[in-house]
Design a protein around this ligand. Structure first.
Ligand code: C2E
Ligand code: CA
Ligand code: CA
Length: 568
């Protein structure tokens, strides 16, 4: 067994080396050369001996050495490429047998019999070696859980395709949510789910292409040119995302996974296998991170976009170190009488050359990495520092709102960190408002809820941002100590033209009040929208109609002027 693994490993190393083909053919030439040499020596010198000084070497001794070299070359051939090597070795050995037999028949002497027996034994050895290498190659190139060829098998196949100049498509398919299932149900069930996923992939693929399992929860496919890859992959994704039933302790459980895919068209003959794998990976990651697409094909635009995102990620890191960030504050007004209710802090990034990167561009990049957590913390601390004095003698209800990413609010230590910051900075807790999005509840409901409750115990306000764009039902919110609902701009935009939106906004305001929540409409741009919101009893307004986001000094000035009025 140990030997098998060793010869397999050595064989794979040789086979994987860049020179494997060269080694194979050189060994073949060496082997044939020494077989011929052996024949010549036996025929010309027969049973004579050679003398070196006092030493005498019989021709059979020399012949044995020459044969050993040709056999060694056969072994090297099998090691460098077990399939072709075995065929060429067999040819060499047969050639040798043929030569020896001819010699025996011609001379009528059986002196070369040991050489003949050796050849047959070596042939058996080579067959054994071939079988072992084949088995070890299968194990090395096969994924144990699904029985599919693995990354090693995929890379080898891709190299082969590239060498043979074949066109087609490389696809990576990511199965999301699998890690959680593995943790919650156990590895055994995780493997069962993966097998089901691979069967669903196979059922769509049929014999149109090849499937590989390249990572824990990633599959790769090689599809031939001309196949309708997008229809095929979207069909796969749809089937994979259907419930997968597993039975645990006699109870049937429906499990759900997500699937996203990236595709690379093998039209560019100049690309190496490494580049193809990298670009397919980029396309797949784009699909994984995008809520809009399940399938992304790598192209020049994506390349530019990824390069820009990488650049922005660097700028964010640099900005956090070198202080490229600053805040603008957008006023929020009490509907009744247009009095100031507070501000939403909005982060801005100004580069040393004076150019501005919009939050619409850098916030999504930050959200895809953990940098958003650092940005939010920076914004929160800066806003609290900039407004702590104003807030100390502010009227009741005055609030500075800060945005919090879904990532952060689902972090178990989030509430604790905020409370520590408040104490350290000396900011009045009741003036801080945390804006969370509906998406926060999709991340980790229990931790999010416990964070919200803890923050409320310290009188910190909680607003639900972008309300109406997600799936949170009002009933779900009823159980939470949320203090403000922020109706999203997209609903306000259509409030006049769409009766459905109008009814929805009206209901949200009504229900919000029943839940003892206040309601703010954001993105209000028109007087006509204001009038409708006033009719529906909306409490607060944030929008260009009354003010755009302002520089800190202007916002501070507003607080110190007469615009600041007591609320509630
Ligand atoms: P958001 O939290 O929904 O913020 C409101 C956005 O709407 C702001 O855009 C604001 O300038 C804009 N807005 C307000 N009123 C109007 C209006 O009447 N018309 C129009 N067209 N737009 C209006 P901004 O500052 O570009 O921010 C965009 C998004 O970036 C924010 O949306 C928020 O999701 C994110 N963001 C900004 N600052 C932060 C931050 O400190 N942390 C986090 N996590 N996200 C932030
Ligand atoms: Ca917001
Ligand atoms: Ca919003």
């Amino acid at each position: 067994m140990g030997n098998g693994i060793n010869s397999g490993t050595v064989g794979r190393k040789l086979a994987d080396s860049r020179y494997s083909k060269f080694i194979l053919y050189v060994s073949f030439v060496v082997s044939i050369f020494f077989i011929i040499l052996n024949g010549v020596i036996s025929r010309r010198f027969g049973m004579t001996s050679f003398s070196i000084g006092k030493m005498s070497i019989p021709t059979s001794g020399i012949s044995g050495c020459v044969q050993a070299i040709s056999v060694a070359a056969c072994f090297v051939m099998v090691m460098s490429d077990y399939k072709r090597g075995a065929i060429l070795s067999m040819f060499s050995l047969l050639f040798s047998v043929f030569g020896i037999m001819q010699g025996i028949l011609k001379s009528g002497s059986m002196a070369s019999l040991p050489g003949l027996v050796n050849c047959l034994l070596y042939a058996v050895l080579i067959i054994v070696m071939y079988k072992q290498l084949k088995a070890s190659d299968y194990t090395a190139a096969t994924d144990a859980a699904t029985g599919l060829p693995n990354r090693y098998g995929f890379e080898r196949e891709l190299e082969n395709r590239l060498h043979s100049q074949e066109r087609g498509y490389v696809v990576y398919l990511h199965v999301g949510g699998f890690q959680d299932l593995n943790v919650n149900l156990g590895r055994k069930y995780g493997n069962q789910i993966l097998r089901e996923v691979s069967e669903r992939i196979g059922s769509v693929m049929g014999n149109k292409g090849e499937v590989f399992k390249i990572e824990g929860a990633e599959f790769a496919m090689i599809l031939p040119e001309g196949v309708d890859y997008s229809g095929m992959i979207l069909d796969m994704v749809e089937r994979i995302e259907k419930p997968i039933e597993v039975t645990k302790n006699g109870v049937a459980v429906n499990c759900y996974v997500k699937a996203d895919a990236g595709v690379m068209d093998l039209y560019d003959r100049e690309l190496s296998a490494d580049e193809i794998m990298l670009y397919t990976d980029i396309a797949m990651n784009y699909a994984v991170n995008s809520s809009e697409t399940k399938l992304c094909t790598y192209n020049e635009d994506l390349k530019k976009q990824v390069a820009r995102e990488t650049e922005i990620e660097q700028l964010i890191k640099e900005g956090l170190r070198e202080d490229y960030f600053y805040l603008q504050y957008q006023p929020q007004y009490i509907m009744d009488g247009k009095k100031l209710r507070g501000f939403e802090a909005l982060v801005r990034m100004k580069l040393p050359d004076g150019s501005i990167v919009s939050p619409g561009e850098f916030i999504p990049v930050a959200e895809n990495s953990d940098l958003i957590v650092d940005i939010d913390r920076y914004v929160r601390r800066r806003a609290m520092n900039e407004f702590k004095e104003v807030c100390h003698d502010a009227p009741d209800g005055f609030a500075i709102s800060v945005n919090v990413s879904a990532k952060e609010i689902s972090n178990p230590t989030f509430a604790e960190e905020i409370i520590t910051d408040i104490h350290e900075i000396g900011f009045p807790a009741q003036c801080l408002e945390i804006e969370i999005t509906e998406y926060s509840f999709a991340q980790s409901v229990e931790t999010t809820i416990s964070n919200i409750k803890e923050l409320r115990e310290h009188n910190i306000k909680i607003a639900v941002d972008d309300f109406g764009t997600g799936y949170t039902s009002l009933a779900q919110l009823l159980n939470l100590p949320v203090t403000l609902l922020k109706i999203d701009k997209s609903l306000i935009d259509n409030i006049e033209s769409s009766e459905m939106n109008r009814d929805f906004v009206k209901t949200v305001i009504y229900m919000g009040h029943l839940m003892a929540c206040e309601v703010i409409s954001e993105g209000v741009e028109e007087e006509s929208q204001l009038r409708l919101l006033n009719q529906f009893d909306c409490d607060f307004i944030q929008g260009y109609v009354w003010s755009r986001p302002l520089e800190y000094a202007v916002a501070l000035g507003m607080c110190r002027s007469k615009e600041r009025v007591r609320v509630s």
